[in-house]
Structure formats: C-alpha cells, structure tokens
Write a protein that binds this ligand. Structure first.
Ligand code: HEM
Length: 376
C-alpha cells in the first residue's frame, strides 16, 4: 500500500474534477455556475451522510429486543442527522447569493432537470416513513413515478431508480420506532401479560378523565374572565376532548389494539419521563421530533430561497414552484409524536403511576432506584 496521503484518502483529484456540468468541461461554465454546482453537490454529500445516520438509528431500533443501553446510540445517530439538516437549511444562504438575473443566464438549459430528482432526498423521506399517498400533488403526478419515468435509459437514471426501489423495500424509521414503542411497559404491563389490554384501557380512560377535569377548569376561567361564552367554550373543549379520545382509543384504525398501545406508550413515556428507564426513551422521542422539525424547516428555507431567486414562476422540473414547495412543508411522518404534544397533561394531573419499580435501575441487591410517590 502506498504511503497514505490526504489527497489519496479523500480522492481529491476525482472530487475536484466533478464540476464540469452538462458540458463536462469546467471552463465552459457560466460565471455563477460553479457556485450552483458545488452547492448542490455539497448538499448531496450531506444527504449521503444523513441517510447513513438514519439507517444506523433505524437498525438499532429494529432489533427484536432493544437493550436500554442501545437507546443512547439511536439518539447519537439522530442528533448527527439533525445537526446536518440544520446545516443544510443554513446552507441555502450560500445558494441565495445567486442573483435572479445571474441564474437566468444558465437556468433554461437545465430544463427539465430539477432538485425534484434528488433521489437521496426521496430516500430520506422513504426511510423516515413518508407513505406514497401522503405526497402532495406536484402537478405532474407522483414524484417517485416521475423519477422512474425520467431515469429510464441512462446509466445514472437507472442507478437513481435502483436506489429508490431498494429504499422502498427497507423498513422505515417510523415502523421501527412503532415496533419498539409497542413493547413499552405501560403501568408495568407489557404486551402478552395477562390483562395487558385492560391495563392500557384503564390508563387511557383515567388519562382522558383527568383531561376532562382540566378542560372543565379552563372553561370556568375563560367564561369567568368574560373571554368566551359558556356554550362556545364547551363546544371547543368538548371537541378537543373527543378528538383526544378518538386518538388515544385509535377507534376506526386498521389495528386499534396495537395502535392504542403505541399511542399510550408515547403518552406514558412523556408523562413519567423522570423515571430512570424512561429518561432515554423520552430523549429519543424528542430527537425524532427535532429531526422532523428540521426537515420541515429545511423545506421552508428552500422555498424561501426559491421565492427570492425565481419568484413564483414554474420550476425547471415543471411543478408550480414555490406553491408546490410550500405544500410539502405540511408533511408529517411521525404524526403520533406530534399529536401527543396536543394532549399532554402537567405532571400533577397524570394518572397515578403503578408498578414504579419496573422503571428503575435495579442494583446488585435487586433494589430499584425508583422512589416516586403516587401523584393523584
Ligand atoms: C437557484 C437555486 C434553486 C432553485 C431556483 C430551486 C427551485 C426548485 C423548484 C422550483 C423545485 C420544485 C420542483 C420543480 O418544479 O423543479 C425544487 C425542488 C427541489 N429542490 Fe430546489 N432549487 C434550488 C436549489 C436547490 C438546492 C441547492 C437543493 C439542495 C439539494 C435543492 C433541492 C431540491 C429538492 C430536494 C427538491 C424536491 C422537493 C420536493 O419535491 O419535496 N434545490 N427546487
């Protein structure tokens, strides 16, 4: 093996010769085109690393049994992905130094290519768990079908198609997270334990009862302060309570028993986060929400940058441009985690914790570290 060098290890010669654009000749590029290409390539490298981190996190979570000490690894990989996504959003500031006129100088030759064809971005969506039917209409059909259609016949296009198809076969982070959440002991009861379903139902009923009491107190305050009429306040809060009930009982879902357990697990972890064995799971949920939040901000930041550079014109890929991009900011993959934020109760209103010992670290003598008193 040759003596290691920086340039060999990083394949610098190859890397720095990849900016030739459509002409495959850097000297033919317009004055701002090198900037345009390098910024896009830098994004794609960050997407590559993001995918790697998401897959590592998913692999840990997808195990049939996830030891407690593996959760920090999941958080570690997701945090790296989150830092990269934040950097990517900030990186649009570099792109934005391109003026509208300078972009117009070379924009038309790019039609119909577009960031729309970034198969790595689609892989990020697939790996998170964005379902087919959840994509917004771009005006020319499903984005994945568009990549399939346009990729046919060229080596790079076929490569994009193969990458997408492989990603579609993978287990998503959302599915792995749900499988793990489903196994969470709730009030000390685990799936398969006798009476587990009844324990979940009791927890959910008690939770909703407490929520109803708090809402009743809030109605009194609003009505008492003259902010709302009683009838209007009751309609609003009762509606919210009904929605919380539908969500927690998962009525109408394909597999209500399973989904009920998953949703109750999220509420449980968030509600008793100070328990030693729930502290890391709670942090994991927070990190997943942060990840999706950064993806949304990434999409918003891209749309604002696009609005500044090309206004409201049609994209090179043929979509409605900014309007289409703004619609994609509504995507939410981890819907359960977001929904639970609407129904969380303060610590003093959550149901009395049962079997607290199941959530403590047990020392060599078998003594649990948990000393939490029942609260209600
Ligand atoms: C001058 C700079 C840019 C402009 C004017 C622009 C414009 C657009 C437009 C209009 C679309 C919608 C599809 C279409 O009709 O083409 C789009 C999609 C997209 N762009 Fe950009 N873009 C720019 C830079 C970037 C950069 C630097 C990235 C980073 C990778 C990027 C990533 C994407 C992605 C991933 C999509 C697909 C979004 C989705 O369908 O969810 N764009 N872009």
């Amino acid at each position: 093996m040759a003596t290691p060098s920086y340039w060999d290890y990083l394949k610098l010669q190859d890397l720095l010769n990849l900016q030739g654009g459509l002409e495959d000749d850097e000297s033919q590029l317009g004055p701002d085109e090198l900037h345009f290409i390098v910024v896009h390539q830098a994004f794609e490298l960050w997407f590559k690393l993001t995918l790697n981190e998401l897959r590592l996190a998913r692999d840990h979570l997808a195990a049939p049994h996830v030891p407690e000490q593996h959760i920090p690894h999941v958080v570690h990989h997701l945090r790296r992905a989150n830092t990269i996504l934040q950097l990517c959003a900030d990186q649009f500031g570099v792109m934005e130094t391109l003026t509208p006129q300078d972009f117009l100088a070379f924009r038309d030759k790019l039609i119909p290519s577009s960031g729309f064809q970034s198969f790595q971005m689609r892989e990020v969506e697939l790996l998170c768990g964005l379902a087919d039917g959840e994509r917004v209409d771009s005006g020319f059909g499903d984005p994945l079908a568009a990549i399939r259609r346009m990729g046919k016949g060229s080596e790079a296009g076929e490569y994009a198609i193969a990458r997408l198809e492989a990603a579609m076969e993978e287990q998503s982070l959302r599915d792995a997270l749900h499988a793990w959440l489903w196994r969470t002991p709730i009030q000390g009861s685990a799936p398969g334990d006798p009476g587990d379903e009844a324990a979940i139902t009791a927890f959910v009923d008690r939770y909703l009862e407490s929520m109803g009491q708090r809402y009743a107190a809030q109605i009194e305050r609003l009505v008492g302060a003259g902010v709302m009429e009683r009838a209007a306040a009751e309609t609003k809060f009762n509606g919210m309570l009904a929605l919380a009930g539908e969500f927690l009982r998962a009525e109408g879902a394909e597999d209500p028993v399973r989904l009920r357990r998953i949703r109750a697990a999220i509420v449980f972890i968030e509600s008793y986060r100070e328990l030693p064995l729930l502290a890391w799971p709670r942090l994991l949920l927070e990190t997943v929400v942060e990840m999706e939040s950064r993806l949304v901000l990434f999409r918003s930041r891209h749309a604002r940058m696009v609005e500044r550079i090309i206004g409201r014109r049609v994209g090179t890929g043929g979509s409605a441009g900014v309007d289409y991009l703004d619609n994609t900011t509504k995507y939410r993959v981890f819907k359960e985690l977001w929904a639970v934020r609407t129904i969380l109760l303060p610590r003093d209103a959550v149901p009395t914790l049962q079997q607290a010992d199941a959530y403590g670290f047990v020392d060599e003598a078998g003594i649990s570290s948990v000393r939490i008193e029942a609260t209600t």
